[in-house]
Design a protein around this ligand. Structure first.
Ligand code: ADP
Ligand code: MG
Length: 245
């Protein structure tokens, strides 16, 4: 459903952030891309979302070249990006079309799904970081996307909230069979959320390795095999970018 065909991205200042990226995400698949900071992860997601265009090569969603954001593809940023002057309900409803009653039902269902039913009248400044990110998830779900793009979505949260939201996201995924592409520098997050992990190297950003996650979906952090997979990925990342921490 999402395809990159030999995609490169050179910014206007001449800096090549991505080179020869080819990938294919199938319907219902969950893929993570891991790479050190600055290796082009956000650039890659922005290309998938139609927020920026490739310099060479093509990005396609359902076989059609992506030229602008479209409703079948949802985006979750690193920070919630809520509008402070709008209530939670209005933030989730933002950008929805259709009759008011239908929009209200969609928003109610989305808030229920992220466990924030009672918080519709709150304003962003009244929310904790975890709650705000749940609102952002509700907003991303409200347009009923088939593919969701996640850019280090839980990295601003403490470890407990992060694990909680990762588990919550997995439940949502199981019920919707949403296709997912997540970029992260956190290998644990990649293992917990994805079935296939692509490793990136920087300067210019390229995909150098693909790793399958053959662990049960429930409680992967505790599964035998989790630690060795984590070690393997950290090793790959170090080789990809010796300068990274
Ligand atoms: P990541 O998300 O992996 O940290 P980014 O995709 O944000 O990486 O950035 C990749 C590289 O491209 C970085 O070196 C960054 O400085 C550069 N870059 C990002 N956006 C721009 C831009 N608009 N113009 C020039 N260079 C950019
Ligand atoms: Mg980034």
């Amino acid at each position: 459903m999402l395809q990159f065909e030999s995609v490169s991205k050179t910014y206007r200042n001449g800096f090549t952030a991505l080179e020869a990226i080819s990938l294919h995400i199938h319907e219902g698949e969950r893929v993570a891309i891991v790479g050190s900071s600055g290796c082009g992860k956000s650039t890659l997601l922005r290309l998938a979302a139609g927020l920026t265009l490739p310099s060479t090569g093509r990005v396609k969603v359902y076989g059609t070249p992506v030229t602008r954001p479209e409703p079948r593809v949802g985006f979750l940023f690193q920070e919630p990006r809520l509008m402070p002057w709008l209530s939670v309900v209005d933030n989730v409803a933002f950008g929805l079309r259709g009759p008011a009653r239908q929009r209200r039902d969609i928003v109610r269902a989305a808030l229920l799904r992220v466990g924030l039913s009672g918080c519709g009248d709150y304003y962003p400044k009244q929310l904790s970081g975890g709650m705000a990110q749940r609102v952002a998830i509700a907003r991303a779900l409200a347009s009923a996307p088939r593919l969701i793009l996640l850019d280090e979505p839980f990295s601003a949260l403490d470890a407990i909230r992060r694990a909680e939201l990762q588990d919550h996201f997995l439940q949502l995924w199981e019920s919707d069979q949403l296709s997912t592409l997540i970029v992260t520098h956190d290998v644990e997050e990649a293992i917990v959320l994805a079935d296939r992990i692509l490793v990136m190297q920087p300067h210019p950003g390229r995909i150098i390795e693909e790793v399958r996650v053959d662990l049960p979906l429930d409680d992967r952090r505790e599964a035998p095999g989790f630690e060795s997979l984590k070690k393997q990925l950290i090793h790959s990342l170090r080789q990809a970018d010796p300068k990274a921490r």
